[in-house]
Design a protein around this ligand. Structure first.
Ligand code: MLT
Ligand code: MN
Ligand code: ZN
Length: 304
């Protein structure tokens, strides 16, 4: 199973177009030791030809340009992407579908009923796409039943409902229902190896811990270092928790959780531009590395 990180940043990317936080400003003026990042998306394949896209980021155009296996190669109109899986209905995870509107057939989109509801009401992307080739919606079960995707032979997926937060425009904002946010086990049926992917995770429930314990690699929410990071930078008074993201530092934070797991490879992804770990010379970056945790970057390859 090949997993390729297309975008490792949270919503807004890094640097964010209108942001002058310490990280964005220094990245722009060339004084930060760190990498620019596009918005949250990964892709997976077992044969290197047919790829399942996990989340369609607004930066998909740039992401496709950076990864030849997804580019057209067999017909006048073509793509290596055989299906799209969405873990939530957030703008940074879904807006790429609009960019992909020229597809010559309906997109096979896999998401939960709650996400399908968001994408036909509060953020009616599917309605808009129905004026192009449309969307073949496949309901992702939230009772931990596995599913497969035609063409993506040798891969099996299992969704895990998570405690996080529905998007601002969702009918379920502040009244989140199971399925508004999921994590996903990506499993190679031949090697038996699996990766657990959860770019938005607000709280670790016991059933989620079980998936993490059983994973050969974890790719998990690394949005913020501290819960009050946005207010500290003078950006917003929203806490990370209000947006469904668990901070990395401190007691009960993501580092604590990851250190308590035996999993051989632990990686944080969906990193917000305010997060001090983006500065590779920072103490926070060193702390994460010393805890045996890697930081996803655009173009990162994981083979399991
Ligand atoms: C989130 O992960 O909380 C959202 O994607 C943030 C955003 O893009 O507005
Ligand atoms: Mn996001
Ligand atoms: Zn910034």
């Amino acid at each position: 199973m090949f997993v390729h990180v297309l975008g490792s940043a949270a919503g807004g990317g890094f640097p964010q177009w209108n942001c002058n936080c310490r990280n964005c400003k220094r990245l722009r003026d060339g004084t930060l030791n760190g990498k620019a990042r596009t918005q949250s998306s990964i892709t997976v394949s077992s044969n290197g030809v047919d790829w399942v896209l996990f989340n369609a980021s607004p930066d998909i155009r740039q992401q496709l340009a950076s990864f030849p296996p997804l580019q057209p190669g067999r017909a006048v109109r073509d793509t290596g992407i055989c299906a799209v899986v969405l873990v939530d209905a957030q703008i940074d995870h879904t807006t790429g579908l609009v960019v992909l509107r020229e597809h010559t057939e309906p997109w096979n989109v896999y998401c939960t009923r709650a996400v399908q509801e968001d994408l036909t009401t509060g953020y009616p992307l599917f309605n808009i796409l129905s004026h192009f080739q449309g969307v073949n919606w496949h309901e992702v079960p939230i009772d931990e039943r596995s599913f497969t995707v035609p063409k993506a032979n040798g891969l099996r997926f299992t969704a895990v409902p998570l405690k996080s937060e529905a998007p601002p425009y969702s009918p379920h904002r502040h009244n989140t229902v199971p399925g508004n946010n999921i994590g996903m086990r990506l499993e190679d049926t031949e090697s038996g190896k699996n990766l657990f992917y959860a770019p938005g995770l607000g709280e670790l429930e016991p059933h989620v811990r079980r998936y993490m314990e059983a994973a050969d690699c974890i790719l998990v929410d690394g949005t913020v270092w501290t819960d009050n990071e946005l207010s500290r930078e003078g950006i917003s008074d929203k806490r990370a928790q209000d947006m469904g993201h668990l901070n990395q530092s401190g007691k009960g934070g993501m580092i604590d959780i990851l250190q308590s797991l035996n999993c051989p490879r632990k990686i944080v992804i969906h990193i917000n531009n305010t997060n001090p770990i983006l500065d590779e010379d920072s103490q926070e970056h060193a702390e994460l590395v010393n805890a045996g945790i890697q930081i996803a970057y655009d173009g990162m390859d994981i083979t399991l």
